[in-house]
Design a protein around this ligand. Structure first.
Ligand code: ADP
Ligand code: MG
Length: 686
């Protein structure tokens, strides 16, 4: 099920030349074009007579060319004087195609759309959209939709494709399937009407269309949400029809590992572990998501789940999104499994060929083994003879395809699957987004955490912060100093970290500083991390490589430069690196003003609130779902129209409807799945 067949619609599109366009836009079929929402509309349905013209942002005018003269002054170009018999206007063009210039002669009529401004000698238009017309050429009846475009696709090309597709919507399977009563109850417009209205509205409807709860937009959102739920549910049913090894931990390995942890599980961890163990003991593949705020102790739960599988004689793979995190897991697992005589295997990007061969041979031989790694685990040459459990840490960093690829390494039996995430989202939202998974929540932190005190300061008070940091270090504290987020490249990010490191080295001649960023060679990185973890460094200058999962309980202070550039979720994850031990954490968020109102509200939220779920709730309210749902990682949205927060009511209804369709109207369910599967597969659960 990893590779869905291309839908017939997409193949057929090749004949009318749509296929390259769809490919450019990343659409699975022409029906997706109709879910590409316009950014705005232009009203080309009414002409303003030239004598009645007033300064305005956008008007449509036409007139006969009565004069053409080159523009003088600093900017070159052409002045064209248009006259419609009752009035006239000067229109200025900076650059024309030679073809245009040749056609534009006195006596030719032009129709122009654009802003009108008061110029030195009367009203004028500057470089409007423009085309040659007959004076009596009819006006369109509908407003013109302006779409977000991508490189290589012109607005015109896109608009023509949408218009053609609108005419074929029924053939493409976009028909109304809800009864009038249901549409009413859900506040939705009939699908064909909604599509027509969104892509070609009468001008008097333009203003209302910008409302997020418009029944036309909601109808499209419904289609996406329903399709998504259908795909997830079908995938879940499919998984439940597969067979998995029964993992009951014969030799009670889990108890020995638990004894080596060095702490007692919290009640929340124990409850989640019980849920996981119950799943593992069934001959059906587990598909469970464990949510827990940063620092809630997900790793220990994963370790004990691994112990159950190993104790039953099966192999376990744990995948982490960064080398740094994989290395840290290896250190913990060595400590926890060592007393039981088990050595975890490593498969990292930097593992050399001989090391890989050893790991591959042991996995192929079928001996119980725990392998910890990064993306390197996906590689084709790696075969597991007895893969019983796949665990993915920080799963929002991976695509669903990667998760499925690992699962497919199982052979006859499907391995159990446990995914961990620190992205705290409200439970109802999680149930919708991860409808193909069971969700467990570790809803408490280990005892004795003294919490994190967060202060938000303007960058002007940096020297004062530096003074305090120095004093804290003299008193034995360890500090993360996070450099500003730079979006361009990992290289630029590395250079910024290097600059900050040099600057702080000058500021703190008597302190021991380390530097860590993504461009550092792995052995160097590991040496720095180990030194910091052992207390041999006072200050670790870092990029966001430390954002996921890094666990050094002795570190208690974090300074974040240009905190306003980070997302709230990201700051919460970063801050979660401190306050992990019994000493209270301190976090200083430095910002460079002026701050937008939203930026101010976000930093204030972070200052006032420690609970990740509560922060998520507020951030969702402030900024919508994008950031929390990991669009940052994929750069693409799971839905084009729907917003799982704004459309939460529809999301809930779509879940019920999907269940109903799958049992009562499987033909319709299959039709919708066929239409949308390719898109949903890419994002579901990711
Ligand atoms: P996260 O959920 O963010 O992945 P970790 O698994 O890294 O959190 O755990 C955070 C820290 O808390 C680690 O140092 C871990 O050893 C410690 N820890 C986990 N569970 C407990 C517990 N029950 N009691 C005390 N400390 C714990
Ligand atoms: Mg973690």
């Amino acid at each position: 099920m990893a590779k869905a067949a291309r839908p017939a619609a997409a193949r057929g599109a090749g004949r009318d030349g749509l296929a390259p366009l769809l490919e450019r836009l990343g659409f699975a079929g022409p029906h997706e074009l109709l879910f590409h929402l316009p950014l705005r509309y232009e009203d080309h349905t009414r002409l303003t007579p030239l004598h009645a013209l007033r300064p305005a942002d956008a008007v449509l005018v036409q007139g006969c060319i009565v004069q053409l003269r080159p523009a003088t002054g600093r900017k070159p170009g052409l002045w064209v004087r248009l006259d419609d018999g009752r009035g006239a206007i000067d229109v200025r063009f900076f650059k024309l195609h030679p073809g245009q210039r040749a056609r534009w002669q006195p006596g030719v009529w032009l129709r122009c759309h654009g802003p009108v401004r008061a110029g030195l000698y009367g009203l004028e238009m500057t470089h409007p959209q423009c085309r040659v017309v007959r004076p009596d050429e009819p006006l369109p009846e509908r407003a013109l939709a302006i779409y977000p475009t991508v490189a290589g696709v012109s607005q015109d090309r896109l608009r023509r494709a949408v218009t053609e597709t609108l005419a074929r919507q029924a053939d493409l399977g976009l028909t109304e399937t809800l009864s009038p009563e249901r549409l009413d109850a859900l506040g939705l417009m009939v699908l064909p009407e909604a599509l027509q209205l969104i892509h070609a509205p009468p001008p008097d409807r333009i203003a209302s269309l910008s409302a997020p709860r418009h029944p036309a937009r909601r109808r499209l959102a419904w289609e996406e949400l329903l399709a998504d739920q259908l795909v997830l549910r079908r995938r879940r049913r499919w998984a439940q029809s597969q067979r998995a090894p029964v993992l009951g931990d014969g030799p009670a390995l889990a108890a020995r590992v638990e004894a080596a942890l060095g702490f007692a599980l919290t009640a929340a961890q124990a409850r989640v572990l019980t849920e996981v163990r119950a799943d593992l003991a069934r001959p059906v593949p587990m598909r469970r998501l464990v949510q827990g705020d940063v620092g809630s102790g997900k790793t220990a739960v994963a370790a004990l789940a691994a112990a159950v599988a190993l104790g039953s004689g099966w192999q376990v793979a744990l995948m982490a999104p960064t080398e740094l995190l994989a290395e840290q897991h290896l250190r913990s697992f060595r400590r926890w499994f060592g007393p039981a005589g088990l050595e975890p295997l490593a498969l990292l990007g930097r593992s050399g060929a001989p090391a890989r061969r050893v790991v591959a041979a042991r996995l192929a031989a079928g001996e119980p083994a725990l392998v910890v790694g990064t993306h390197a685990l996906f590689q084709d040459w790696l075969r597991f003879a007895r893969l019983g459990l796949v665990m993915v840490d920080e799963q929002h960093r991976f695509g669903v395809q990667q998760r499925l690829a690992l699962q497919e390494k199982g052979g006859d039996l499907t391995p159990h699957q446990l995914v961990l995430t620190a992205t705290p989202i409200p439970r109802t939202l999680a149930m919708g987004l991860y409808a193909d998974l069971d969700v467990s929540v570790i809803d408490a932190l280990p005892p004795g955490r003294a919490g994190i005190r967060t202060v938000v300061l303007p960058v002007g008070r940096r020297a004062e912060v530096a003074g305090r940091v120095q004093a804290a270090c003299r008193a034995g504290a360890q500090v993360y100093w996070v450099c500003p987020l730079i979006e361009e490249s990992e290289q630029a990010q590395g250079e910024a970290a290097q600059r900050l490191y040099e600057r702080l080295s000058a500021d703190f001649p008597s302190l021991r500083l380390g530097l860590i960023h993504g461009r550092l060679a792995p052995p160097e990185r590991e040496a720095v991390m180990t030194a910091f973890a052992q207390g041999d460094l006072d200050v670790l200058v870092a990029t966001t490589v430390i954002e996921v999962g890094v666990d050094v309980p002795r570190a208690t202070v974090m300074v974040v430069e240009n905190a306003e550039r980070f997302g709230l979720a990201q700051l919460h994850q970063l801050r979660g690196r401190v306050g992990r031990g019994t000493a209270p954490g301190n976090c200083v968020l430095l910002y460079e003003g002026p701050l937008s109102q939203t930026a101010r509200a976000r930093l204030e939220t972070l200052r006032a609130v420690q609970d990740g779920f509560e922060i998520a709730r507020r951030d969702l309210a402030l900024r919508g779902a994008g950031e929390w749902l990991g669009t940052r990682q994929t750069g693409e949205r799971r839905w084009r129209v729907a917003d799982p927060v704004a459309d939460a009511d529809l999301m809930a209804e779509a879940q019920v409807e999907a269940d109903r369709l799958l049992t009562e109207d499987s033909a319709l369910a299959e039709r919708l799945i066929g239409l949308w599967q390719q898109r949903a597969e890419r994002y579901a659960g990711a």
